[in-house]
Design a protein around this ligand. Structure first.
Ligand code: BES
Ligand code: ZN
Ligand code: ZN
Length: 475
């Protein structure tokens, strides 16, 4: 992980970084001779200061890097520049001289964010670490560093929690069973979170019927983890609750998935990873709200004890469900957790996150998460929070017609709606476990949970998508 520092003095013997939105470089951090040399180099390279354009000037005692920001760079542009720099610089140390005097701490915060998030690595299982040179230490240099330093200290727990979520999400299923996951959550009590773990015995006595029907084919017992952050202890109720799908491996169960790509299903617990990591960041940031998180941790496996297609189970809410496809398991896990959150903790505003359907992935790819809700105001809040942190969502429809598609002849509902509109029928299934008066939204993060190719601030693989959005929302 990269170290970010703040200093007033010009740094010597390190790479010098300057960002600019003009083809020429204006700075008083270089000597006239250096400036002349850099100006020549920029001319030779026909530098246009386009966003992310980098010119590396060699031949002086220190390497100088000039990076274009584009016309009017916003926060996201500066984050991407930070990300590009992390990829482009192979020296260990660098200094960054902000040029945007108007919005100094915002620029520094964004560039530092990009540097930090882009330098994430998941290499714990490599017995020989790659011997690549990389940027380890960046110092931001400016007169008034106090504000910038303070702002970054507030952002850092969020960034660390994004990386925490990525690391969890990337863990293989043999190293992250429901039990191991729950132990890891218990450790987060150190941050001030109140943690409760429900065991198999408790889940049975409380009658988490749908969740248990998913878990019953696996040797690994399920767990449900409840995390509470009381940032406003005078108030006894929760301002908001988050529910996460934590299927530590989704083989499909008896409705077995095809072999190709099945390994990716170790990431079917990303909703839970994002909820847990966000709760961790709320505690570290000591947010002033009361927030609750619940994650359902189960493994979906085929075996002699597994649920069969056609089985009918009774949910925690008492409603019965005909399970026609054991691979539509996420909704079964979430339905019971959503009900528990409303029934026991009286939460009135809930967002769930889940790698729920291939249909949403097919529709939106890696660009947007699918957002489903009947609450226009909550939708607006989520869309705008997503825009400001570049974790974007796209609203997809819910209505009575989609809901009707999950009616069953012999039970209160079935767990699949057929070939069409898979994202919407899944959302309608969840809605059947939402009480009247609860404001609820569902984020289907299948697609955004993992990138095929590296992006400026997100290395390929697990993205930790959602931690920043939830923080923005709670803010
Ligand atoms: N975990 C999958 C959804 C998924 C698929 C996430 C691909 C990420 C990438 C989910 O449990 C599932 O299998 N859904 C089925 C539902 C269907 C049987 C109604 C699907 O989407 O195919
Ligand atoms: Zn599945
Ligand atoms: Zn799944």
């Amino acid at each position: 992980m990269i170290t970010i520092n703040f200093k007033k003095e010009i740094q010597k013997n390190v790479v010098q970084i300057f960002a600019t939105n003009k083809p020429e470089l204006k700075t008083n951090c270089l000597t006239p001779a250096q400036k002349k040399y850099v100006a020549q180099a920029l001319k030779q390279c026909d530098f246009k200061a386009k966003e992310g354009e980098i010119v590396s000037v060699l031949g002086l005692e220190e390497k100088i890097l000039v990076v274009g920001t584009g016309e009017c760079p916003n926060r996201t542009a500066f984050e991407k520049i930070g990300g590009k720099l992390a990829g482009a610089i192979k020296d260990e140390k660098a200094a960054y001289y902000p040029l945007n005097a108007k919005n100094l701490s915002e620029e520094i915060n964004a560039v530092a964010t990009g540097l930090f998030l882009a330098s994430f690595k998941f290499d714990k299982y490599l017995s020989k670490k790659k011997n690549e040179k990389e940027l380890k230490d960046v110092t931001f240099v400016c007169e008034d560093i106090k504000g910038a330093k303070k702002q970054f200290e507030e952002t850092k727990p969020i960034l660390e929690s994004v990386c925490f979520a990525r690391a969890l999400s990337a863990e293989p299923a043999n190293h992250l069973t429901p039990l191991i996951f729950s132990k890891l959550i218990e450790k987060l009590a150190d941050t001030g979170l109140e943690i409760e773990i429900l065991s198999l015995k408790e889940l049975k006595s409380k009658k988490f019927g749908m969740l248990l029907s998913v878990a019953q084919g696996s040797q690994n017992e399920p767990k449900v983890a409840i995390m509470k952050w009381m940032g406003n202890p005078k108030k006894k109720t929760f301002d908001i609750g988050f529910v996460g799908k934590g299927v530590t491996f989704d083989s499909g169960g008896i409705s077995l998935k095809p072999g190709a790509g099945m390994g990716d299903m170790k990431q079917d617990m990303t909703g839970a990873a994002v909820v847990v990591s966000s709760m961790r960041s709320f505690a570290l940031r000591k947010v002033k709200n009361n927030v609750i998180g619940i994650v359902g941790l189960v493994e979906n496996m085929p075996s002699g004890s597994a649920t069969r297609p056609g089985d009918i189970v009774t949910s925690l809410s008492g409603k019965t469900v005909e399970i026609l496809n054991t691979d539509a398991e996420g909704r079964l896990v979430l339905g019971d957790c959503l009900w528990y959150m409303q029934q026991v903790y009286k939460v009135k505003k809930i967002i769930d996150l889940a790698t729920l359907t291939g249909a949403v992935m097919a529709a939106l790819g890696e660009e947007y998460a699918g957002l489903f809700s009947y609450d226009d105001k909550l939708v607006e809040e989520i869309i705008s929070a997503g825009k400001s942190v570049d974790e974007e969502v796209w609203r997809l429809p819910m209505n009575k017609a989609y809901d009707k598609m999950i009616d069953s002849d012999i039970a209160d509902m079935k767990n699949i709606g057929g070939r069409l509109a898979g994202g919407s029928t899944a959302a309608c299934f969840l809605h059947r476990f939402i009480k009247e008066g609860t404001s609820w939204a569902h984020l289907d993060i299948a697609g955004v949970d993992k990138y095929e190719k590296s992006r400026p601030i997100t290395p390929k693989g697990a993205t930790g998508w959602g931690v920043r959005l939830l923080n923005e929302l709670v803010k």
